[in-house]
Design a protein around this ligand. Structure first.
Ligand SMILES: [Zn+2]
Length: 423
């Protein structure tokens, strides 16, 4: 506290600036023209909390991590006016620009220029304007324990898969940047209604949603997206190359801990294997990993639903799989795939040759956004874990893609999972 006391007294953070009253404002120095063809014409997204005159976005950078930043500042560990030193942080490879970046309706939930901040707004940053990247692109090697079994067919080639079995990838982390007029149109609601609901459902945390209609950008406090790209990332935006893609929504229990109540990790690993093989054939593979835990209802809701499923009359049945979620959460699913295709357009993708997903909602969202989909690749039967038959059969009956038999209502009743006493 003492450490930054002097700094704070000379900085705007020293007094409380309420955002609940609009006041009189001159037009900002950094207007945003969403969908403009270049970064400079579009303008930088500025979510700074220390220079209100430059600020042109509602919310703060880092999504939910802005709360941890607040703890770091309040405990004196972080200087509130510290600026990131972006030396050597530029993307490990170039991505774009693609024509889709200049289409204000095509991409509305991320900043297509978000990884190029240091390059496109070099002068403003040097001048001290607090402009931050919302996308970072780097390289890594993956070790997937499953692939030590020959059954997966992932073989070393010295380039995509090293002799050690490690897999070379390019990966990108993307924070959400919402263009509110475009988000409202995606959901076929008015911008006023969207702003008001966001304001109310976040406990009034962002008053500017309702007091500053001139600010059209919102940095929402939600998880982002991670991309894992196999092969040459430039191939994704080039129709001469074949593309395999899995869009995967986070499931910590299965993805990380191997919980066997769902098919998430096995299907993810199957997707990675298919992506690797596509890259080895000269195409490119893409895993999109969305932080939307428990159908974007969160893990607390998810575990409550597990209990409700296991304890209901007749046991954990495929026949009542979706109903139990709705009883606890009020909806069956809050992932709403309308915004999901944005990241595919950011990568320049116009066709997915092999789509490793059975979800009809994901398929419809992608195809509806103008991206062609070729073959749909379902999870091989042998990869469905013992307690996950309930989920997979319920999903097939609800309209998920399957080349196999679609279970009838009567057949669903006979698919019953483990009881709580049997763990
Ligand atoms: Zn899962």
């Amino acid at each position: 506290m003492l450490l930054w006391g002097k700094l704070m007294s000379t900085n705007k953070t020293g007094h409380i600036r309420l955002t609940s009253h609009p006041g009189h404002r001159a037009p900002g120095r950094f207007p945003i023209v969403w969908g403009a063809p270049t970064a400079r014409e579009r303008g930088p997204v500025i979510g700074t909390v220390t220079s209100s005159a430059d600020r042109n976005a509602i919310g703060a950078h880092g999504g939910s991590y802005s709360v941890y930043r607040a703890l770091a500042v309040s405990s004196g560990a972080l200087n509130p006016i510290a600026r990131p030193d972006l030396t050597n942080t530029s993307p490990a490879i170039d991505i774009g620009p693609y024509p889709q970046w200049a289409d204000a309706e095509r991409i509305v939930s991320l900043d297509p220029w978000g990884h190029r901040i240091a390059q496109d707004f070099h002068e403003e940053i040097a001048e001290g304007v607090d402009i931050r990247p919302t996308i970072a692109v780097t390289k890594a090697r993956l070790t997937i324990p499953e692939f030590t079994s020959k059954a997966w067919g992932v073989k070393a080639d010295g380039e995509i898969v090293h002799e050690s079995g490690d897999i070379a990838v390019t990966k990108a982390a993307i924070d959400p940047v919402w263009y509110l007029p475009g988000i409202a149109r995606r959901f076929a609601i008015t911008e006023d209604r969207l702003r008001r609901t966001l304001f109310e459902q976040t406990g009034g945390a962002y008053p500017e949603l309702v007091t500053r209609p001139d600010l059209s950008i919102f940095l929402p406090p939600i998880g982002g997206i991670t991309l894992y790209i196999f092969g040459d990332p430039a191939a994704l935006g080039d129709r001469k190359h074949s593309i395999t893609c899995r869009v995967h929504d986070e499931c910590n229990g299965s993805d990380v801990f191997g919980s066997d109540i769902c098919t998430c990790r096995p299907y993810l690993v199957h997707g990675i294997a298919e992506c690797v093989k596509e890259a080895q054939r000269g195409g490119a593979g893409l895993i999109v990993y969305n932080r939307k835990e428990g159908r974007a209802l969160g893990e607390v809701t998810k575990f409550l639903v597990y209990n409700a499923r296991k304890r209901q009359e007749g046991g954990d049945q495929a026949a009542t799989y979706f109903e139990r979620t709705e009883c606890v959460a009020g909806v069956q699913d809050a992932r709403f795939q309308q915004l999901m295709p944005d990241v595919l357009h950011w990568l320049g993708i116009t066709r997915i040759d092999r789509f490793v997903s059975m979800s009809n909602m994901k398929y419809d969202a992608i195809a509806g956004s103008g991206i062609e989909i070729g073959e749909r690749v379902s999870i091989p039967e042998g990869l469905v874990p013992p307690d996950a038959q309930v989920e997979i059969e319920a999903k097939k009956a609800a309209g998920y893609f399957t080349p196999d038999h679609v279970p009838s209502t009567d057949e669903l009743k006979s698919v019953v999972g483990r009881k709580l006493e049997e763990f």
